[in-house]
Ligand binder design. Structure first.
Ligand SMILES: [Zn+2]
Length: 167
């Protein structure tokens, strides 16, 4: 994430991780908050208890707890929804790449939050920051691809650390 007047993430100009979903068929975008209302409407009595949380935020649920869960589809076309993030192996669209490079031009440092930077397109932003001689700070559990480029590396959960940072 570059530090400019506008906070950004490598996955999109208006979004931070996981706050929006997108339809794989028609491209419609829905806020995660709105999707939550659909989850609750389709599954009014459903409850589950997590048996662990992975570093990426995934939770582990037994099969019997998810067997009867109803997954909402796109309200416009019935298509499959997915988080509006770039998964490993996905391509980042040119518009988003251009946006990030524009923000890098405005930035005096970058902060990588919660990414191993194993996706090359994200790592390229760190390389671009290095080329511009911008300081790089990284908050992540475990190693990242850009650890050798970082001025500051903190092994921490973002949710635990980031709320205490004042800019
Ligand atoms: Zn759709």
């Amino acid at each position: 994430m570059a530090l400019s007047k506008k906070s950004i993430s490598p996955v999109g100009p208006e979004s931070l991780f996981l706050h929006r979903v997108v339809c794989l068929s028609c491209g419609a975008q829905v806020s995660r908050e709105h999707l939550q209302e659909h989850f609750e409407a389709l599954n009014p009595t459903w409850t589950a208890e997590s048996h662990g949380v992975a570093p990426d935020g995934d939770v582990f649920l037994p099969e019997e707890q998810v067997r009867h869960f109803h997954v909402p589809s796109c309200s416009k076309c019935g298509g499959v929804l997915k988080p509006d993030v770039v998964f490993f192996g996905d391509n980042v669209c040119k518009e988003k790449v251009d946006f990030v490079y524009q923000r890098l031009e405005e930035s005096d440092a970058i902060l990588v939050a919660g990414s191993s930077l194993q996706v090359f397109s994200a790592y390229k932003f760190a390389l671009a920051a290095r080329d511009r001689k911008l300081p790089i700070a990284i908050v992540n559990i475990g190693p990242t691809r850009a650890d050798s480029l970082a001025s500051l590396k903190l092994n921490s959960r973002c949710g635990a650390l980031l709320p205490s940072i004042l800019l």
